[in-house]
Design a protein around this ligand. Structure first.
Ligand SMILES: Cc1cc2nc3c(=O)[nH]c(=O)nc-3n(C[C@H](O)[C@H](O)[C@H](O)COP(=O)(O)OP(=O)(O)OC[C@H]3O[C@@H](n4cnc5c(N)ncnc54)[C@H](O)[C@@H]3O)c2cc1C
Ligand code: SF4
Ligand code: SF4
Length: 394
C-alpha cells in the first residue's frame, strides 16, 4: 500500500488518513509524523500549530496580528514577500495573508501579518469581533514567488490597503541587507485615518544603504479637500504616471515594479508601466484575491503530472486526482469521480482537477506549475459543481 504514495499519489494518502481505521494500515513511519493537517503530509507547505500572541490596531480597520508557532525544530523559513495561510477551527476555509516583516526582523517562532477587516467577511469578522489573543490557529506556508529580484535596478513598490504587508517586508529586507539600489514606494490610501507604518518606513529610510535612497510617498484618494494634508492627493497609480514617469523622476524602463494589494489597482498600474516601456518581466505582483475571483483550472493537455502543484496546495482537496470527469450534453463539466486506491480504476490518476469549492484562490499552484497548465483564464465554467459532483469517497 505504502508504495502507492509515490509522487503523484498525494491524494491516496489523504484518502487513507481521513479514515483512521485505514490509516493504521500504513507503516509506523507515517504515524510518527504528527501534523496539524494530515492532508499536507509529503508537501512543501509546512503546517504548524500556533496561536495569536498579539493583536493591535494599526488603523480603524487594519490590525497587526502576530502568530506564535510551535517550535518543532524546523523553522518556518520564509523569504520577504511570501505569504502564509491561516486556519482556525471555526472558519470553514483557511485564508491567505502576506508576511509583513522581513525574516531578519521577526522574533523567533513568530510571524506578523497586517490584516484588514472586510465587512461581512467570515475570517476578518471573526478576527475583529472580540479580543482573539491566545486563539489557536494553524499556519501553513511559506508560499509565493513575490520575491525581490537580484539586480541593482531601482525598486518601485506600489501598494494599497493591507498590501502594505508584503512591500514592507521586502523593503525591510532591502534595508537590512543594505542593498545598493534606490527605491520608490507609493502607498495608496483613502484618507489620513487609513495610513499606517509611517514611522516604520521612516526608520527603514534612515537605515537604507547610505549611497542610495528610499522614497516613501503616501497618496490619499479621498482626503477631504479642506484638510491639512500637504502630501500627494489622488490615486497612487496616477502619481506614478503623472509625476514619476511624466516628470522623468524615475526611468521605469530600467526599474523593477512590485505591486501588492487590490487586484483592480494592480491591473491599472501594470497598464501604466507597460505603456511607459517597463519590460513585462520587470513587473511582479501579489494580488489579494478572494473567493469572488475565479478558481484556476488545469488544462490537462498541458499537464505533465510533475506533482509540483500537489506539493504546494494549502488545502488537502483543492486539487484532486480524478478517474473520470463527467460532462453534460453541452460538453461542460458537471462533476468528477475521484481516484481511490484499490477501488477506482485506473489505480494511478491521469487527470488533475481543481475543486472550486475547496480552492481558496491562493494561486500557489499557478505559480508552481512549470508548464503553465494552470490558470484562472482557463475557467470557462465558474458555476458551482458541488451539487452534481459524484465523489466516490462521500
Ligand atoms: C496571496 C494573498 C495574500 C493576501 N494577503 C493579505 C494581507 O496581507 N492582508 C489582508 O488583509 N488580506 C490579504 N489577503 C486577502 C485575504 O486572504 C482574505 O481574502 C480577506 O482577509 C477577506 O477574508 P474574509 O474571510 O474576511 O472574507 P470572505 O468571507 O472571504 O469574503 C466575504 C465577501 O467579501 C468579499 N471580499 C473578500 N475580500 C474582499 C476585499 N479585500 N475587498 C472587497 N471585497 C472582499 C468576497 O468576495 C465575499 O463576497 C490576501 C489574499 C491572497 C490571495
Ligand atoms: S489556487 Fe490552486 S493551490 Fe491555491 S487553493 Fe486553489 S487549487 Fe489549491
Ligand atoms: S498541473 Fe502543472 S504542476 Fe500540476 S502536475 Fe500538471 S504539470 Fe505539474
Amino acid at each position: 500500500m505504502a508504495d502507492l504514495s509515490k509522487s503523484g499519489n498525494n491524494s491516496e494518502i489523504l484518502e487513507w488518513t481521513e479514515n483512521p481505521s485505514s490509516f493504521a494500515l500504513f507503516s509506523d513511519t507515517l504515524t510518527a509524523l504528527p501534523s496539524p493537517d494530515p492532508g499536507l503530509k509529503n508537501s512543501r507547505v509546512k503546517s504548524k500549530p500556533g496561536f495569536i500572541s498579539r493583536i493591535r490596531n494599526l488603523t480603524h480597520d487594519t490590525y497587526e496580528v502576530v502568530v506564535e508557532y510551535e517550535n518543532d525544530g524546523d523553522s518556518f523559513g520564509f523569504r520577504a514577500g511570501q505569504y502564509a495561510v491561516l486556519r482556525h477551527k471555526d472558519i470553514k476555509k483557511p485564508r491567505s495573508y502576506s508576511l509583513a516583516k522581513a525574516p531578519e526582523a521577526e522574533r523567533p517562532f513568530e510571524l506578523t501579518f497586517f490584516i484588514r477587516y472586510v465587512p461581512g467577511g467570515e475570517f476578518t469578522t471573526w478576527l475583529t469581533a472580540a479580543d482573539r489573543t491566545g486563539e489557536p490557529l494553524t499556519v501553513s506556508g511559506p508560499m509565493g514567488k513575490f520575491l525581490l529580484d537580484g539586480s541593482t535596478d531601482p525598486i518601485l513598490g506600489i501598494a494599497g490597503g493591507s498590501g502594505m504587508s508584503a512591500i514592507h517586508s521586502i523593503l525591510e529586507y532591502a534595508a537590512h541587507a543594505k542593498l545598493p539600489r534606490d527605491a520608490y514606494y507609493i502607498y495608496s490610501a483613502r484618507s489620513q485615518r487609513d495610513l499606517y507604518c509611517q514611522k516604520e518606513l521612516e526608520v527603514l529610510a534612515r537605515n537604507w544603504h547610505p549611497d542610495y535612497k528610499l522614497h516613501f510617498i503616501p497618496t490619499l484618494s479621498r482626503e477631504p479637500a479642506k484638510s491639512k494634508w500637504r502630501g500627494v492627493r489622488g490615486r497612487g497609480t496616477n502619481h506614478v504616471r503623472d509625476v514619476l514617469i511624466k516628470q522623468g523622476i524615475l526611468d521605469v524602463s530600467k526599474a523593477r515594479a512590485y505591486f501588492c494589494g487590490p487586484p483592480a489597482m494592480i491591473d491599472d498600474g501594470i497598464e501604466i508601466l507597460l505603456a511607459a516601456n517597463m519590460p513585462k518581466h520587470h513587473i511582479a505582483y501579489d494580488k489579494f484575491e478572494d473567493m469572488s475571483s475565479p478558481a484556476p483550472v488545469i488544462d490537462n493537455t498541458k499537464c505533465v503530472l510533475c506533482d509540483e502543484c500537489l506539493m504546494v496546495k494549502p488545502q488537502p482537496t483543492c486539487i484532486v486526482d480524478v478517474s473520470k470527469l463527467n460532462r453534460g450534453s453541452d460538453g461542460t463539466m458537471v462533476g468528477y469521480e475521484r481516484v481511490v486506491p484499490a477501488v477506482s480504476s485506473p489505480l494511478y490518476y491521469n487527470t488533475l482537477f481543481i475543486d472550486e469549492h475547496e480552492c481558496i484562490r491562493c494561486y500557489a499552484c499557478v505559480e508552481a506549475c512549470p508548464t503553465q497548465a494552470i490558470s484562472p483564464a482557463n475557467n470557462r465554467n465558474p458555476k458551482t459543481l458541488r451539487a452534481t459532483t459524484t465523489d466516490v469517497t462521500d
